[in-house]
Structure formats: C-alpha cells, structure tokens
Ligand binder design. Sequence first.
Ligand code: TYD
Ligand code: MG
Length: 459
Amino acid sequence: MASKSPKIKTMFACSECGAQTPKWAGRCAECGDWNTLVEELFGGPADLSLVSLAPTNRSGPARIGEIRSDTSRPISTGIDELDAVLGGGLVSGSVTLLGGEPGIGKSTLLLQLLAAREDTTLYVSAEESATQVRLRAERLDAIRPDLWLHAETSLPHVIQAIDETKPALVVIDSIQTMVDPDLSSAPGSVGQVRGCANRLVNEAKERDIAIVLVGHVTKDGNLAGPRVLEHVVDTVLQFEGDRHHALRLLRAVKHRFGPTNELGLFEMVGAGLVAVPDPSTMFLADRRTGIPGSAVVPTMEGRRPIVVELQALTSPGLENVPKRRSAQGIDGSRLSMLMAVLGQRGRVKVGNQDVYASAAGGAKLTEPGLDLGICLAVASAMHDIPLPADMAVFGEVGLGGEVRQVGHAPRRVTEAARLGFRSVIVPAKSPEPDDGLNGVRLIRVATLVEALRKAGLNQ
Ligand code: TYD
Ligand code: MG
C-alpha cells in the first residue's frame, strides 16, 4: 500500500458514524442521520495511518496457553470510584475515551486522575492554556513534580512531548481539538479526529503506555464527530449527570478488560470531584413524603443497590391530540409500553392522559426493576393517593400485566431496610436476604393488579 503514490480525492464522510461516500446526500445511507455528511479529502499520507491499526505483535500464531497474560493487568488509578468502573484500573497499552457534555467535569476528573498516580504522567491541554490548567490544578491540589503539562494542539509536538517526558499515562484533552498537519483533511473534521486517534492508539500500543482521550458529546448523548472512535479505542467511559446538580455518574459503555455495568458516583464540590459514599441517601435527600405520584425503588447499578425516587404526573391531554409520554432519567419507550400495560391490564385510565415521569436527582436509569415503581407512581398520581411513606417497590412488568422477578432481590431489600423502609412490594418468588429481613415486611405480588391493590391504589 505504501508503495502506491497517494492520490488525493474528495469524499464525503458522516460526522456521526464516519461512513464515507463519493457523493453528497442529505441523509447518511449508513446510519440514517440527516445533514451529517461533510466534505473530506482522502488519499493523502493521512490514510496510511489507518493501515497500521493491527496489533504490532507479528510473531504469528501461538498456543493460547503460551500467550502471556500478565501484560494487560490493570493499574490502580488511585481513585476508587474510577477503579470500580474500570474493573481495577487502567491497562498499559490501552486507549480510553472519556465522553461527556461540556462542563460536566471531564478535565477535572482527569487532572485528579493524573495527580493521584505515582508514576510520571502528561496532561495535554488542547483547549485551555497552561495557566488555566495550572490554576485548576492548584484548586484540585494536583501540583505534583511528576505531572507534566503541555498546552498543544499539534499531534507531532504531543508525540515529541511523550518522547521527552516518558509518561506512563497521557491525557489528551480533547481529541476533537487535536490536529495532525500530515493529514490532508481540515482541522476539526472527521478525518482529523479519526486520524489523530489512530496514531495515538498506535503510540499507546508501541510504547505500552495508557492514553485517555477526552471526547465531547452532542446534545443527544452521542460522541460528537465520528462514532468510529468507539471502535478504535479499548474502553469508552461516559460521564453524565445534570450540570445543575452536583451528582456525576461514570459508566463504562465499552470495556475490553472488564465488566461494563459498574457505576461510579461523584459529587462536584469546591475542590473537584469526590466519591459519593452513600448514593441512596443523596438521591432521597429532597424527597417529600405523603405526595401522590411518587414511588421509591431500590434499583441496581452494577453490583450496587441504589434507592431512588420516581415521580409521575398525569394531566388530561388535549382532545384529538396524541397523548404525551414524557420521560426524564428513565427510558421513554419503556414508559410508553408500561402505560399501555397499566391501561389495559391494570385498568388505570391513562389512555386519555398526558403522562410525565422522571427519576429524581438527575440519574439516568434503565433497569427493568423500575417498571413496577413507574406504574405505581403513575397510578398514584392518577388517583391522587400517595403510597405509604415507608413503602418501596421493585419488579419488572410484562405485557400480560404479570410482575416478573429481577436480579439481586435480597440486596435491594437490605438497602431499603437500611434506609428505614418498612415494607417492600416485590415479585412473588423473590428470595429473601440471608441475614433476615431487618424488620421489613415483604409484600409479594404476581400481577400489576395485585400490586395496585396492595398499595391501596385500586380505585
Ligand atoms: P470541567 O472539568 O472543566 O468540565 P469539562 O472538562 O467536562 O468541560 O468542569 C466543569 C465545571 O466544574 C465548571 O463549571 C466548574 C466546576 N468545578 C467545580 O465546581 N469545582 C472544581 O473544583 C472544579 C475544578 C470545577
Ligand atoms: Mg474540559
């Protein structure tokens, strides 16, 4: 390939999925998004970087038992919540992408990460000046002799800085502002972002260092620019939360070295991000009891039970207008499905109502154990009857109106008991905690109708 003289030609690339096409179109044929095709120059020396993506180890096949496995052990980051999400820490030679909306705290988290390490680290700031970063580092108590800072957007200079400082961990903040002058496409374009990421992936593998790339996400939660980046890197972390709340949630959405379902919880305070030791208490802090339209659910995030409050409001919709199903912090299509089940199987007349449902506290939850809580919160709002203040509920709701078991029932019950709840509505066959019920009464239900009745909502 390298022997062929590169011919530069114009192509169009989708800024969402990275698909390429020789002709412009209003809609990307690959991912179906509108107005995402942008002009790119391909075929310059740039494209050669794409060829060298394969692993550098060219020793040929070997018996699986003879392959060394001690090379990709995670190294603790020094931040417990981050280690939990990563399954132990960062792996040398790996590249991690940290995505999140502007202002969510990506730069803060990574500066803290670099300062917590004991080996040499390098922070490449391609967005803020060295002075700005230094001022933030002072606030975060991150001034360390082994933490190097380089305010630079040019990739060759960054690689030179890696040569000079020999770090074990490099942060590039952000990949979208990196520029490789060897690439023919314009700065900030899909081609640049992809080309720079590819080169950095190669550097990480060749030098056996860990690299973390910061990536901004768009309003709808996608990584701005090419989603292709997600395929190139080993790990994709998502930093989310409501900018108006202090709570920040960190998840791995892709992870080649461990589980992807652990959740890290941070709170943004004056001195940066700190771990939230007791998330349930934090989620319930603003809860007012005795109000209709509220249900408390012990939900599971990875291996951790968290008790959250779900809220719902119903109001008569306009005539002849489709009724609204508005979800915040929970899945919108799940809410629509549950409202259909509540109407048809639970005989709660939500069909002519606009329904608003949200998870309080800015959390984004997707777990099926929330179903029954959503249904009871909506029914409670419809009937204007509050659920008992010391009652919690969990369970999956099926299309037949049946209540299905969900994982980790004992841990959910124990967490509800710890927070002072005295009764929990659970799927009929849920196992009990080994160490007893700690004063909690289990109300076992097999159907949605039964749950509504036992919660006092059968009107
Ligand atoms: P930042 O890390 O710059 O976000 P990102 O890199 O994702 O764009 O942090 C954003 C916000 O965090 C900023 O509005 C100020 C706030 N903040 C604190 O509240 N305390 C702190 O110690 C720091 C460093 C930032
Ligand atoms: Mg930043």
